[in-house]
Design a protein around this ligand. Structure first.
Ligand code: 87F
Length: 756
């Protein structure tokens, strides 16, 4: 709903000195609308240096105008004083619930706030008893409350919520800088920037209802270029400075790009600023810092445990990194197509090797000659091996950390069985474990299915896959694969056993792999503009404890209470860390751990210690709740489980809203352009020719819509649709349903999408 601008006409203007010029390096900000002459009875002053809000606005180079007037503790009086000043006046409600905490809710002055719906909107218990509370906790008097007062909440007690209508409007916000005889006019984005800078990044919520004001400019019609996503504004560069204990300024390098604005830039910032990735010296090679390697260790721990236990009983092993030319090239189908990606060692020192040796891109050709030696009798079967290692594939396509790198970590499993059925069982059992890694560990929903002939691993019989969806880019991504290799490799590497009747039998083999790509998928699916959001099962730190220390309450005073909190958590096997660094403020620490995606923050101050409680804040939705220290371990466990569910539900809803069924070609490319995964009735997973045609036609139609001639060959994200899989969970296919492309009788539903 549009907001209503202030209409009446008795206002005062401060001189333009209140509008500080931006420093040359700072991103220019749009100045508030020029003001007319002040009405009688109003004094014009420059910014008051003693006013910490005005000082902060200047420090942040935020363009603003300050208006001086008589004290106007009510909105009506403020409106009467300011008259036709362009912009929106605000209603500011400081509300408290004993358990849920304190909230400052700011909406346009004429906006109705439904108090019944408010708790749910704020993400607290629906029956929370929110009451107006004394504004002295924000260091202001009644009538001077505004979002700017958050600057005085150095303990981070208050959660600020702004109406999305207010934030999305082009109208300036006119509100008090700690005193009711001043009004500051600044853009909504700048009010948000101010709040972020004072460690009170607001919740932006839709309060519904009606109010009227200048509507935001209409977005350009997208019809001309339906596929190109609507441009979203990129956040201006921000750095958060917060006072530390000693009063010095520490700078937190905040994320600048937004997930909806520039997804690729946003991803790059999230993984570097959360300290997951450092760029290596060689293109496509990345350093996994402890924060991402810790995630990988959790993935490893889960999957490694599952494959080792009954009924699978896979054993871990390790094979060499190198492979001879002969072994690598023994299986033509397998290497064909992959050959350009193989990296070779050709020298030792200055001497050429007699024959170059390859660095493993996968280990079939290294392992299977050994299988041939070890497998003699059917009693030697099944053989089930796995190795955790890195592999090298010298890709030509542009690399992306985690998703596509030249060296990556994975596990590769290789098994041999007496019968085809046993091999199939193995393939599906592993696929189910991969589904569980994504859904139960990473909280990422996936679609299990079988690849078409065109997309399967050429060296095998059939390939199964789990496919994930990345809403931020509208693309699908293969999460992991599990292949039934049939007897192909057995024939090539002479693997044969004496069967039950004494007859020579070639075993049926499988191979399967899950890589560090899974970390990239997890980051892309869950993280937000504040940074990483880690699913609790893989977070290297699940709970960070931040002591709220001050001059009157040094750390020593809280130490024994903190030890008690820590013990409770450790006893419940919760990975926790106390951030007791003395050189950073609590606010800085909140932002730092938020950027690193730690699922829960416990704020521990003197009042909490006295009450034997802690304030628990969730990364996923910012919900705060006070919890007793007694029984804290099990309460936090339950909270972590709930966070996992919330993350999975959120990601599932985002994915499900983009899975559509299409039965005719005319709807196909438009659906792709709408970032959808498209389920179509399909003639046959074996019809490679038709599949190629769909790929080509979807590419051509998309290019034509964009007015482009060709795609960059190195892009990892083509415009062409690919088959992702034939999902194992098939919708009903009524007899007589026709293939959406060939018009032949359909045999299955096939899932298509643009993919990584
Ligand atoms: C690149 C160069 C050489 C993929 C390659 O999926 C060979 C290959 O064989 C290659 N890229 N592949 C297919 C890998 C198949 C299979 N290997 C075991 C897996 C899972 C783990």
């Amino acid at each position: 709903m549009p907001l209503k601008a202030v209409k009446t006409a008795k206002f005062a203007v401060l001189d333009a000195g209140g509008l500080k010029p931006a420093k040359p390096a700072a991103a220019p900000r749009q100045a508030p609308a020029a003001a007319a002459a002040p009405p009688a009875g109003v004094t014009v002053i420059d910014d008051d240096a003693a006013n910490v809000v005005l000082a902060k606005l200047n420090e942040l180079n935020i363009a603003h105008r300050t208006y001086a007037h008589v004290a106007v503790p009510t909105v009506d009086e403020q409106r009467a004083a300011l008259g036709s000043l362009p912009g929106v006046l605000t209603k500011n409600l400081l509300l408290k619930d004993k358990k849920a905490g304190t909230f400052l809710v700011t909406v346009a002055a004429d906006r109705h706030v439904d108090m019944k719906k408010l708790p749910t909107l704020l993400g607290i218990k629906a029956n929370a008893n929110l009451r107006l509370t004394d504004p002295s906790i924000l260091g202001v008097e009644k009538g001077a409350v505004s979002p700017y007062a958050a600057i005085n909440d150095t303990k981070g007690v208050v959660t600020v919520a702004l109406d999305s209508e207010l934030v999305n409007s082009t109208a300036n916000i006119n509100t008090h800088p700690l005193r009711s005889d001043r009004t500051v006019s600044a853009s909504p984005q700048d009010v948000v920037a101010f709040l972020e800078a004072v460690q009170h990044a607001p919740k932006i919520l839709d309060f519904g209802g009606t109010s009227s004001a200048p509507p935001p400019p209409k977005a350009k019609a997208v019809a001309a270029k339906p596929y190109k996503k609507q441009e979203k504004p990129v956040k201006p560069q921000q750095q958060t400075k917060s006072r530390n204990k000693k009063g010095s300024k520490e700078t937190l390098d905040r994320i600048v790009a937004s997930k909806t604005g520039d997804f690729a830039a946003w991803y790059g910032e999230v993984i570097t600023k959360s300290e997951m990735i450092e760029y290596g010296k060689i293109s496509g090679c990345y350093i996994l810092r402890p924060w991402s390697f810790g995630v990988w260790e959790q993935i490893q721990k889960a999957l490694d445990g599952w494959i080792k236990e009954e009924p699978l009983e896979v054993q871990n092993c390790y094979f060499p990194l190198f492979v001879t030319k002969g072994a690598l090239e023994a299986e033509e189908d397998h290497v064909e197509g992959f050959a350009p990606e193989v990296a070779w060692v050709t020298k030792s020192g200055e001497t050429d090797l007699a024959e170059p040796i390859a660095i493993r891109p996968t280990s079939e050709t290294i392992m299977y000659p050994e299988f041939a030696k070890w497998l003699r009798s059917h009693r030697d079967l099944p053989l089930k091996l796995n190795q955790w290692c890195s592999v090298v594939r010298w890709e030509f396509k542009y690399p992306t950390p985690f998703l596509r790198s030249r060296e990556f970590l994975w596990q590769e499993g290789h098994t041999a069985h007496y019968t085809l059925e046993e091999a199939d069982e193995m393939v599906y059992a592993i696929l189910e474990l991969y589904r569980r890694v994504y859904e139960e560990i990473l909280a990422v929903p996936v679609i299990p299915g079988t690849k078409t002939e065109a997309e399967k691993f050429a060296g095998g019989l059939r390939t199964t896959t789990v496919e994930a969806y990345i809403a931020g880019s509208g693309r699908a991504i293969q999460g992991a694969t599990s292949h039934n290799l049939g007897q192909n490799f057995g024939k090539i590497y002479n693997i044969a056993v004496e069967g039950e009747g004494g007859k020579k039998t070639i075993p049926w083999q499988t191979s399967w792999g899950l890589t560090t790509r899974s970390i990239g998928v997890m980051v892309m699916v869950h993280s937000d503009d504040q940074g990483l959001v880690l699913p609790p099962k893989v977070a290297p730190v699940q709970v960070v404890v931040v002591p709220i220390v001050s001059k009157t309450c040094p750390l020593s005073q809280l130490q024994s209470f903190i030890d008690q909190v820590k013990k409770e958590l450790k006893n419940a096997s919760i990975r926790c860390k106390v951030d007791d660094r003395g050189n950073q403020s609590p606010g800085w620490k909140y932002n730092h751990w938020e950027q690193k995606g730690v699922p829960l923050r416990l704020e521990v101050g003197p009042r909490d210690a006295a009450a034997n409680t802690v304030m628990v804040v969730r990364r996923v939705d910012g919900v705060k709740a006070s919890k007793p220290v007694n029984g804290l371990g099990s309460a936090i466990r339950a909270e972590l489980d709930d966070i996992h569910q919330v993350m999975f539900a959120k990601a599932s809803a985002a994915r499900d809203s983009k899975v559509v069924q299409v039965t005719s070609w005319s709807d196909f490319v438009p659906a792709l352009n709408d970032d959808c995964l498209v389920l179509t009735p399909w003639c046959s997973p074996k019809n490679q020719e038709a599949e190629d045609q769909v790929k080509e036609r979807s590419r051509e139609e998309s290019l034509a819509l964009l007015g482009l001639e060709a795609e960059d060959e190195r892009t990892a994200t083509s415009l062409a649709a690919k088959t992702l899989c034939v999902p194992h969970d098939q919708p009903p296919l009524p007899a007589g349903t026709k293939c959406f492309f060939t018009g032949e009788e359909a045999t299955c539903w096939c899932l298509w999408g643009r993919s990584y």
